[in-house]
Design a binder for this molecule. Structure first.
Ligand code: PLP
Length: 417
């Protein structure tokens, strides 16, 4: 762009930005929460359960059943492509199950380990980036160091992971969001999953935290099937390596759903052994409510299609506005996710924080730049996570128009120097 064109562009974007500020907007694209229209889809749960016994006659009002209601475990085993004996249905948060596993590992050690992780001087986890901010803050809170690897369209860079874990026995585990990753939207291929399941690790009690939070959250009719990590790991001789997590937080109620853990039967016994010291059983009334509400695994799939109808237009709108407003300039790239809850926007390196600050001053809350990286540190200051599910469609349009203005203004300012 010539200096004159650049000066004209800055002027134009400054004027657009002044208009934006004058509108006094108050929009929020920060957290990946379901909208109230999505929550309404599950309101029948508020009238359930009918009765208080499950199919086998268990009185769900009473204590017991630490692994969760059998019918719900069977339903989600089918959906997660595992066996019912490998599934635990728990409380309302899979993140809590992840934290519990980490704490058990630190305090007591893995089933296939010989001592508590906490006895080591240093513990490290591999974190594909960009990734889920709460994974990183959880590790940070426990003093676990983070080593980053790039996230590609087919999952984490498996060769980079394999080289790291082979060389360093303090690397005890890794995160992966295998399906419609937060925020990259990528889908871990069977080949990458097989490599992670079979790679040689210096730490023989290495764990893959396979967080399949978006396993069923398709945005198109082409529904990605997650790689079968438990079978791959068992076939490779490492049955206890993966621990899978999922929940109905973005299927029914984000605050009152059911979370699941799936792993080898031996790992399930390890987990329940520790869990049982602090719990006499989960909220089986909520489990029964969910069993009756869905009716079957197909009932869950049908329910997810209703979510898709509500949120797919919002994702399409993000893409439309960004394409129309930024398409002619070389200032940003973004993904067109096939599922999940996020759009991953990469702006001109060095300008992401400025874009977020400009948006904030104009009344649009964006997730802080860098939050998809450990310690909030995006070395390129380029990545911004957009979460379009919560606001109504017209607000998504207004917010994205505003984001486009901020991206252009920040890029033009930087080009001017
Ligand atoms: N895992 C991922 C990748 C997420 O994006 C989220 C929520 O945004 C969670 C886990 C939280 O799950 P839960 O509500 O089951 O604790």
């Amino acid at each position: 762009m010539s200096r004159t064109d650049l000066a004209a562009l800055i002027k134009e974007q400054q004027a657009a930005y002044a208009d934006l500020q004058a509108r006094g907007l108050k929009l929020d694209l920060t957290r990946g929460k379901p909208s109230s229209a999505q929550l309404d889809l599950s309101d029948e749960l508020l009238n359930l359960p009918r009765g208080f016994k499950d199919g086998s006659g268990t009185d769900v009002r009473n204590y017991g059943g630490l692994a969760g209601l059998t019918e719900l475990r069977e339903m989600f085993a089918e959906l997660l492509w595992v066996e019912p004996e490998q599934v635990v249905a728990g409380g309302n948060s899979s993140l809590t199950m992840m934290r519990d596993c980490l704490i058990y590992l630190l305090l007591f050690g893995a089933r296939d380990g010989d001592r508590a992780w906490g006895k080591e001087d240093t513990i490290k986890f591999i974190c594909p980036v960009p990734g889920y901010d709460r994974h990183f803050t959880l590790l940070e809170s426990l003093g676990i160091e983070m080593v980053t690897v790039p996230m590609h369209d087919d999952g984490p860079d498996a060769e980079a992971v394999a080289a790291l874990v082979k060389a360093d026995r303090s690397i005890k585990g890794m995160w992966i969001v295998p399906t419609y990753a937060n925020p990259a939207g990528s889908i871990c291929s069977q080949e990458v999953a097989a490599r992670l399941a079979s790679m040689e690790t210096a730490a023989h009690d290495f764990k893959i935290f396979w967080d399949n939070a978006y396993a069923l959250h398709h945005l198109t009719e082409e529904e990605a099937k997650s790689a079968d990590i438990l079978t791959l790991a068992a076939a490779a001789g490492h049955p206890d390596r993966p621990i899978m997590f999922a929940s109905t937080s973005k299927i029914t109620f984000a605050g009152a759903g059911v979370a699941f853990l799936a792993a080898s039967e031996a790992n399930v016994a390890w987990y329940l052994g520790h869990l049982g010291k602090g719990s006499i059983g989960p909220d089986k009334v909520n489990h029964l409510r969910h069993v009756q509400f869905f009716g079957s695994a197909q009932g869950v799939r049908d329910h997810m299609a209703k979510h898709r109808e509500i949120i797919a237009p919002k994702f399409a709108e993000v893409d439309r506005v960004l394409s129309e407003r930024l398409g002619g300039y070389d200032v940003a790239t973004w993904n067109k996710p096939q599922g999940g809850y996020f759009v991953n926007l990469d702006v001109v390196p060095g300008t992401a924080s400025r874009v977020v600050a400009l948006a904030k001053e104009a009344g649009i809350a964006l997730t802080p730049a860098g939050s998809s990286f450990p310690y909030g540190d995006d070395p390129d200051d380029a990545n911004i996570r957009l979460a379009p599910t919560m606001p109504p469609l017209e607000e998504v349009t207004a917010a994205m128009e505003a984001v486009a203005t901020c991206v252009l203004l920040a890029a033009a300012e930087q080009a001017q120097g």
